[in-house]
Design a binder for this molecule. Sequence first.
Ligand SMILES: *[C@@H]1O[C@H](CO)[C@@H](O)[C@H](O)[C@H]1NC(C)=O
Ligand SMILES: [Zn+2]
Length: 463
Amino acid sequence: CAVCYHRPPVCVCVFNTLFSFILLFCFPPADCKLNTDHAGVLLVERRGSYPLIDLQILKSRSLLGFLDWILSCSPAANSICRLSLSFQRYCHASRLLRGLVPRTPVSLHLLDDGYLGQAAHMLSKVATWNFDIFLFDRLTNGNSLVTLMCHLFNVYGLIHHFQLDMVKLHRFLGMVQEDYHSQNPYHNAVHAADVTQAMYCYLKEPKLAEQLSPLDVFLGLMAAAAHDVDHPGVNQPFLIKTRHHLASLYQNTSVLESHHWRSTVGMLRESGLLSHLPADMSQDIEQQLGSLILATDISRQNEFLLTFREHLDHRDLDLELPSHRHFILQIALKCADVCNPCRVWELSRQWSERVCEEFYRQGDLERKFDLEISPLCNQQADSVPAIQTGFISYIVEPLFEEWHRFTEPSLLSRTMMGQLHQNKARWSRLRYARTPSATQMDPQVEEPEPAGSSGEEDGGDIP
Ligand SMILES: *[C@@H]1O[C@H](CO)[C@@H](O)[C@H](O)[C@H]1NC(C)=O
Ligand SMILES: [Zn+2]
């Protein structure tokens, strides 16, 4: 938007909206029906990732009833129809209407110095594996991703090395953070910050740290921060079956990951962060970011795991080769993305509950629209402990066993494997405890703190 310098879905000025109204009055559109399929799912072309626009809610506002009336009865061009739909998109996407005032780094100055002091203190221990990203996010007033990225860029001297403009960097990071949906229980900016912090720990692995170039570090951190940007909180099968425009745009393949990547490229170009670099270099950065973000598609896990295993079996990884370093960055990002079960129980449990809550919300949407309920999304049938034990056994354990091998094994890898096994055991005990017969015997059944665990986890010194 030329007025407020935001991209259209987050444009905070009213001019766009007024403009569409004026056009609507002068040239009301013709065959511009809002398509709904049998299930009543609205199918509208939209740029953002919002899965559904709830017409019931929108229609309850008289203003939109008026819009609907114009849309349904008068002749004019299709482009105007788009404009009015962009108004609906605006209603849905606007941070203001969602009750969220856009946060700028400026708001940091308004915070209590005490909070910022504590946040700064936390940053001094950002390389520890039991870093509490939830606390950090509260202390930074919801700016964990921007604050963490700026800190890590400083730690690595990336701003100086790539001659980055601080204003552009802030603008880019602010856009990325804002484009995460804070109403998603799981796929929000705190998850991105968490993955970035884990990525930082992996980049510091002794096996890797010495070999990485500043470009590798830059790509690793950028990919981690942006890898889920504008995630709609529903999965790819849902987007395909509701015929979401992103599914057709990306031909049903790595739909979400492609969107995260292309959104990132859009924000890179819009912020001008790389505009001072030679064209071939910024193109290379965009391509490599894509390759890293697309690697997080969990349906490609086996492909990566087999290649990784083969390299480890043949001991043929040569980290002096850029292509091998890129492969390891892909694996590191995949590990960072699913590392929740390797965290200390108290953090791990919160992530588990959040991801299941997001699944259940998709299940509720599917129920509401008479769609088949996706696996793991039925709150009545799929308990959190059942989902977690499956996720750990099939996805997390196989990946981290190889990562453990790659790091030869490092102190961090041993810590992660230890916590992974403890957490898995704990979830499977909870799973048994929740079976009807067990609950009948003891409805108050609560998992006791495993003996000695607090000692093991009291790890301010864990790398
Ligand atoms: C994507 O999936 C939908 C639903 O299964 C199908 O109708 C459509 O043809 C598919 N598109 C592509 C490009 O494969
Ligand atoms: Zn993710």
